[in-house]
Ligand binder design. Structure first.
Ligand code: DP6
Length: 329
């Protein structure tokens, strides 16, 4: 059996149409098609080595032994890889995020995409991009979108075998920026997985499912046509709908925060003043400002001036998950 230390790098991504709610929670088959852009400045690097001398997986994240919940989730993912490779060997897996931990930037997308690429290669498998996306999806839904490069569509499908992400345009297609405005570095109390599980309890779900196909096509078309004035309102609508669903779930989930609302209101003012910038949100308090490259410096400096803003990370569209030579151990 080929046993080789392997390292992979995967970018995080920001969804323009959100994944919220699963058709099949065990396999993370989502309720709806969704769209995202990879983020070149928010990535995870992961090294994996299968070692017959180990009697348990060793998982290190950001230089420290992973906590129990993370260890179990990563080991379960390594089990998926072992099943594909028909091996039982335990592994050493170490990962680092390039963005400071505790920034509230979602790391499960880049983490499970990097882990999938590194672990499959380390186990001697050579999976297609589609198979890698299907595998990464089972670790974290949004990780399926961090396998292909640039602007990405996750085809919801109906079962695990037909739910995967593909690139709709490469990174160089459009100089779109995601200026991430970090207003809180607190770890979120309610993870996305719990949010997905709660989605069906919101009375907005039926409305959302009805509205989504048209919005999805608008967003997809806007990305392909590089049309920000078409894209912007649609992504804002979708982000607000995500939070409406969370807040109307039973029990309700508030990712909403006063600083977040302040940034949103500032964006509305800047737009009224003629600046083409739109916001989107994740299941956390930070705000992602979407604009074109020509406006990015101005958006960044305006955002920096808002009281309560702790840090800003500017991203251009990022590439596909890939192998790299520098191992972490
Ligand atoms: C709000 O992919 O983090 O960011 O599959 O349970 O790991 P799990 O959920 P996750 O959910 C992401 C939710 C979101 C929207 C999105 O990225 O599409």
């Amino acid at each position: 059996m080929p046993i080789e230390k392997t390292t992979a790098l995967a970018n995080s991504n920001i969804a323009f149409i959100k994944y919220w709610g699963n058709r099949d929670a065990a396999y993370r088959v989502p309720l709806n098609d969704n769209v995202s852009m990879n983020l070149d400045h928010a990535f995870t690097t992961t090294t994996v080595e299968f070692d017959a001398n180990l009697n348990a997986d060793q998982i290190v994240v950001g230089g420290a032994d992973a906590n129990e919940a993370t260890r179990q989730r990563v080991s379960a993912h390594l089990d998926r890889v072992r099943a594909l490779a028909k091996i039982e060997t335990k592994a050493r897996a170490q990962s680092e995020n390039n963005f400071p931990t505790g920034t509230g930037i979602a790391s499960s997308a880049s983490a499970f995409a990097a882990l999938s690429v590194a672990a499959t290669h380390a186990a001697g498998l050579a999976l297609s991009e589609r198979a890698l996306s299907i595998l990464a999806r089972q670790g974290s839904g949004s990780a399926s979108r961090s396998i292909p490069g640039g602007f990405v569509e996750w085809i919801a499908g109906h079962s695990s075998d037909d739910s995967y992400a593909v690139s709709i345009a490469p990174p160089e297609h459009w100089d779109l920026r995601d200026v991430v405005v970090i207003v809180s570095t607190e770890e979120k109390k309610i993870g996305s997985s719990e949010g997905h599980a709660a989605a069906p309890t919101s009375h907005f779900l039926a409305e959302r499912i009805q509205a989504l196909p048209a919005r999805f096509h608008r967003v997809r078309h806007a990305v392909l046509a590089k049309n920000l004035s078409l894209l912007g309102p649609a992504i804002e609508e979708d982000a607000i709908e995500l939070h409406m669903m969370a807040m109307t779930s039973v029990p309700p989930i508030y990712y909403w925060s006063p600083a977040m609302v302040q940034v949103i209101q500032a964006v509305q003012q800047w737009r009224a003043d003629g600046l083409a910038v739109y916001f989107t949100l994740d299941a956390g308090p930070n705000v992602h400002l979407i604009c074109e490259g020509t406006d990015a410096a101005q958006v960044e400096s305006l955002a920096r001036a808002i009281v309560g803003v702790q840090q800003i990370i500017v991203n251009v569209p990022g590439g596909a998950a890939h192998l790299i030579d520098q191992h972490l151990f």
